[in-house]
Design a protein around this ligand. Structure first.
Ligand SMILES: [Fe+2]
Length: 134
């Protein structure tokens, strides 16, 4: 069973960011799957892949926030840095950690909550969606 399941309640009604969030969730699920299988060969590369994609996604999201003048864009970017640091720390101590699944579940919940609450705050600053008034 996937750790996170994307559903419409997570949608920001912006295709670019929704697609990136879906992709990130897929990568989280893949990495979690390897962790649960205790697949040591796949675990680290999949966590790296997830982390790399998170960095790319955060950069894209932050660029959008700055370009649309979201006043909290620096605070929001700071939240992304916290996630990146937590993943980095998790990744560094991979071999030494007793309960990988538990830590990874924590990281995933943090991200889901970020998408559903923090990302929602910048919605009023986003440009009109494609399907409105088209
Ligand atoms: Fe965000």
């Amino acid at each position: 069973m996937p750790l996170i399941q994307w559903d419409e309640t997570m949608s920001l009604d912006m295709d670019e960011l929704d697609e990136q969030h879906r992709e990130l969730i897929d990568l989280i699920n893949e990495a979690f799957d390897a962790i649960q299988r205790n697949d040591e060969r796949c675990m680290a590369p999949l966590i790296d892949k997830m982390r790399d994609y998170a960095v790319v996604h955060f950069e894209a999201e932050e660029a959008i926030l700055r370009s649309c003048g979201y006043p909290e864009s620096e605070v929001h970017a700071g939240q992304h840095r916290v996630f990146e640091e937590k993943v980095e720390e998790f990744r560094r101590n991979l071999a030494a950690q007793a309960n990988l699944s538990q830590v990874f579940i924590f990281l995933s919940r943090w991200l889901t909550s970020h998408i559903m609450h923090e990302d929602r705050k910048f919605l009023p600053w986003l440009p009109e969606t494609d399907d409105e008034g088209a």
